[in-house]
Design a protein around this ligand. Sequence first.
Ligand SMILES: NC(=O)c1ccc[n+]([C@@H]2O[C@H](COP(=O)([O-])OP(=O)(O)OC[C@H]3O[C@@H](n4cnc5c(N)ncnc54)[C@H](OP(=O)(O)O)[C@@H]3O)[C@@H](O)[C@H]2O)c1
Length: 320
Amino acid sequence: MPSVPKAPQWDVHRLPHADGKSFLVTGGNAGIGYFVAEQLAGTGATVVLGSRDTAKAEAAIASISSRVPGAKAKHLPLDLADLASLGASVAALELDRLDAVVYNAGVALDHPPRRETKDGHELMFATNHLGHFALTHWLAPLLTATPGSRIVTTGSFAAKSERLDLDDLQSTHDYQPKRAYARSKLAQMLFALELDRRLRAAGSTTLSVVVHPGGALDSLTPSRPPVHVRTTGERLRYLPLGLLVQGKDAAAWPAVRAVLDPSVRGGQMWSPRAFGLRGTPRIEPIWNHLADTTTAAHLWAASCNLSGNDLTFTPHDQVR
Ligand SMILES: NC(=O)c1ccc[n+]([C@@H]2O[C@H](COP(=O)([O-])OP(=O)(O)OC[C@H]3O[C@@H](n4cnc5c(N)ncnc54)[C@H](OP(=O)(O)O)[C@@H]3O)[C@@H](O)[C@H]2O)c1
């Protein structure tokens, strides 16, 4: 297993100031993404919640504002399952810099039937991977024009034991929802690492970093009404599970660190310290199958075809 550099100390409760910076969090209206947005808002930065549901985004912004005095949080309408809408979403961002984007939004289906987006793509692969791939195409000019900007992609521990089927990326045969989910997260992680290689080759200062949040349960997550409400009974009932996994507030820590910590480098993976499932963030060695550059290159080409976006980086940060 390759050795990883020792990371400097980091206090998840005392984050550096980031006044003047702008961060976008996809799916910032709920779950882990909400806590990423709340924690980033505490740094003084402008935080944009990319969300398909205006009411949920407004509730999340109200909750953030009630906890972070003077929070600069706003909503960007964003539906990752609707590829044709993403260009217009990014055009509505109205930012002159974007210091980081956290690709957090995700769908995990537990039961058949296999579902498709209106573009005819399998829903989890389309939302989790293709949507973020296409979003990168639209965000790239803004990101690469912001020195040292970061693209933080949320993978999953579930991808560790999974492999892609390049001949059936969209699970048209033998659809198994849990496997399709894990493969969509694996695709995201392979993409993020390939993205970093391509950014480096183009001489860009933009970094691509992979994170995974470990295991995160709503029942271990503190209330943020009306975004999330946990009853006392629920809290007590699930307390023992906290030995193994964590709340979504703590699951946000790897992404927040990947956005803010100056010691973070492109191509790294950050995850919870205790068995990759819970705890404070640490650098995790890249899993062997994530270093498979041939598979990553095939996936990239297929993603260009399927999304209709030719994501290309050329030297001097030129992006087409
Ligand atoms: N929880 C875990 O244990 C765990 C473990 C490993 C990895 N992860 C990953 O961590 C991320 C967050 O997970 P979570 O547990 O916080 O999930 P969650 O509570 O279900 O939240 C998912 C978020 O994604 C948004 N979303 C779904 N489809 C979307 C679309 N088409 N366009 C825009 N946004 C969309 C949801 O918005 P709506 O509110 O509109 O549905 C919601 O904000 C996901 O990428 C997940 O794969 C989670």
